[in-house]
Design a protein. Structure first.
Length: 268
């Protein structure tokens, strides 16, 4: 068996992970750090600081001023930016096209769609002028979407629309960077059910283990994903091992979208 050693593969590189204090973000931050990257965990609220792996910065992904402050701080203290994982997101509830309010729609889009747009915009600004040769940044932007960004759903409407926006935004960013000859790649990751706080309403209603077993049974592989399962995908996309990959979508859903006949209640 061939064992791939990722230790120190990202040595000297700097990564920002939004929503990095829990769930997929925390798993991604940990794996990037294990591979040698300097990780900045950007999350909302000081309460997340103790959970962060890496340097913590309070950050609101829906605020452009917050993005300006974050990028300026990273470039001042780290001198470069190589990886941005746009992971922060909210579920926004289970409203359908009739029951979703404009306020709910705007709240979800502000975080899940506009937040990723701003993350890509400022990632490009931070990565594109870092020189040439061996010291140059080989930038990688990884946007966390969902299977809800690939297939239709009667609800949650706002969430589904926001994740679909992330999918095509990713392709637009990838093509722009390629046309501008920036050495920056951009890809999206589409999880199925992942054991994260987004499922807390279900866990509270039926219990964690029972709920996890039910959601897992909706996946052909027979289980829910753990955050690290998705973190491994993020790590690969952040590394030079995926150097020919851009504008692509990676479905890590335990076979959920491979066929028909099963429905997942909830989101990633």
């Amino acid at each position: 068996m061939v064992v791939i050693d990722m230790s120190n593969e990202l040595s000297g590189r700097v990564a920002i992970v939004t929503g990095g204090a829990s769930g997929i973000g925390a798993a991604s931050a940990a794996l990037l750090a294990e591979a040698g990257a300097s990780v900045i965990v950007a999350d909302l609220g000081e309460g997340s600081k103790d959970k962060a792996i890496g340097r913590f910065m309070p950050h609101d992904v829906a605020s452009e001023d917050s993005w300006r402050t974050l990028l300026a701080d990273v470039l001042k203290h780290e001198g470069r930016l190589d990886i941005v994982v746009n992971n922060a997101g909210i579920s926004g509830g289970a409203g359908n096209p009739e029951t979703t309010t404009v306020e709910n729609w705007q709240q979800v889009q502000a975080v899940n769609s506009e937040g990723v747009f701003l993350g890509c915009k400022y990632a490009i600004q931070g990565m594109k002028h870092l020189g040439t040769g061996k010291a140059a940044s080989k930038g990688s932007i990884v946007n966390i979407s969902s299977v809800a960004g690939l297939i239709g759903s009667a609800g949650p409407t706002a969430y589904t629309a926001s994740k679909g926006a992330v999918r095509l935004l990713t392709k637009s960013v990838a093509l722009h960077c390629a046309e501008q000859k920036y050495d920056i790649r951009c890809n999206s990751v589409h999880p199925g059910g992942v054991d994260t706080a987004i499922f807390n309403p279900l866990w509270q209603a039926v219990g964690h283990e029972q709920g996890k077993a039910f959601i897992g049974s909706r996946h052909p592989i027979g289980r829910m994903a753990e955050p690290r399962d998705l973190g491994e995908v993020v790590l690969w996309l952040a590394s030079d091992r995926s150097s020919f990959v851009t504008g692509a979508e990676f479905t890590a859903d335990g076979g959920l979208t491979a066929g028909i006949g099963r429905a997942l209640l909830g989101t990633n």
